[in-house]
Design a protein around this ligand. Structure first.
Ligand SMILES: [Zn+2]
Length: 364
């Protein structure tokens, strides 16, 4: 069962304990800290292969800050149950806490309120999002006298927006990311962030060097059904999802081009393929995303999920009552790191099942 660290500092301490333990077991491990903001950093951990590396398994956690607590739990399960069974020519690289500010502050976004998974722009932030204009006011942080008033205002405004524009337009306008509202949700920014620059430099200079086979797993929470982790492949993945479901024996694998995923600029995994192509890298690449659903995927669930983010954002940018802040904090935690035991047991089981399928399939 996944057990979360209570705080960012505890998690980082736990990480260094885990690394020490692996070292005592004989693993050769290199660590590096990449400073991002203040004294907060991304931890790069390289677990060297026992023989000359042919395969490289990469994990990224906390691209969406708060989601990195579940990501950290995945890594602990990986160290405990899977690392020992990898081939001797498989090297592991972990980028722990790609968005350390969000991780520390239990936010999705970084120190500039930017959604880093919309920041890896392929076209220098040229995309526009006209649909967001009509939603701008809804997503602008406001002060509320009580949680009751805030709830009434939220549902009232949402009903109006849905009846006027329809749920599909709303979804599209939010998923695309936006550049117009710095304090709003889904802000992509219009410049590369430090975290993104670092990952890009790793991609350009290290990830595809001296290796035959690269598998990249980006760990997320929040999307999909509550009790079934989804493997969400890039639109660059050539193998059909049905074939992959059969081969790795995992029930829920999705392609990026399915209904729910619109043409999005700034996605990190898509960028791994862009750079792989630009470099004319000879190695194979499989980049995918593990998405642990939390609230659920019905329309009602989406409304609840969105509420958690709107309330947390209001709480972050405006001075609210202590009761409101507490309420918003609780909502955001349930949205991205569910407390229920049943969820934490199933999440670990799904992670292990997916990895136990992927490891032989990708010959790691
Ligand atoms: Zn995410």
């Amino acid at each position: 069962m996944f057990v979360y660290s209570e705080t960012y500092d505890q998690m980082k301490e736990d990480l260094s304990n885990e690394i020490q333990l692996l070292k005592t077991k004989g693993y050769h491990i290199l660590t590096k800290k990449e400073l991002i903001v203040g004294d907060l950093n991304i931890d790069k951990i390289t677990i060297k292969s026992k023989k000359i590396a042919k395969n490289r398994l990469i994990f990224t956690t906390g691209l969406h800050g708060i989601e990195g607590y579940v990501g950290h739990s995945c890594l602990k399960s990986f160290f405990k149950d899977l690392l020992g069974s990898l081939r001797p020519d498989t090297e592991v690289i972990i980028y722990h806490g790609v968005n350390p500010f969000g991780m520390k502050n239990f936010r999705r976004t970084n120190e500039n309120n930017i959604d880093l998974n919309r920041n890896f722009s392929k076209n220098n932030f040229q995309n526009t999002n006209e649909g967001f204009e009509s939603l701008k006011d809804f997503f602008t942080p406001k002060v509320y006298k009580s949680t009751k008033i805030a709830n009434l205002a939220y549902y009232g405004a949402l009903v109006k927006l849905v009846s006027k524009y329809g749920i599909a337009t709303l979804k599209d306008a939010t998923l695309r990311g936006q550049k117009v509202s710095k304090e709003g949700l889904y802000y992509s920014g219009d410049t590369l962030q430090k975290s993104s620059e670092y990952i890009l430099s790793e991609l350009k200079n290290r990830v595809f060097q001296d290796i035959n086979n690269v598998v990249w797993i980006d760990l997320h929470t929040g999307y999909g059904p509550r009790y079934q982790m989804s493997i969400v492949n890039s639109k660059n993945e050539k193998t059909s999802t049905n074939d992959m479901i059969e081969k790795i024996k995992y029930p829920r694998i999705l392609g990026m081009n399915i209904d729910d995923f619109y043409e999005i600029d700034g996605d990190m995994l898509e960028m791994t393929y862009v750079i792989h192509k630009d470099l004319k890298a000879k190695c194979n690449l499989f980049s995918t995303c593990f998405e642990f659903g939390t609230i659920g995927d019905s329309t009602n669930n989406s409304i609840t999920s969105l509420k958690a983010m709107v309330f947390e954002n209001n709480s972050y940018f405006m001075e609210q009552t202590p009761k409101y802040d507490k309420y918003a904090h609780k909502l955001i935690k349930e949205q991205f790191l569910p407390s229920a035991e049943k969820w934490r047991i199933k999440a670990e089981k799904d992670f292990l099942q997916a990895m136990n399928g992927l490891i032989p399939y990708k010959e790691l």
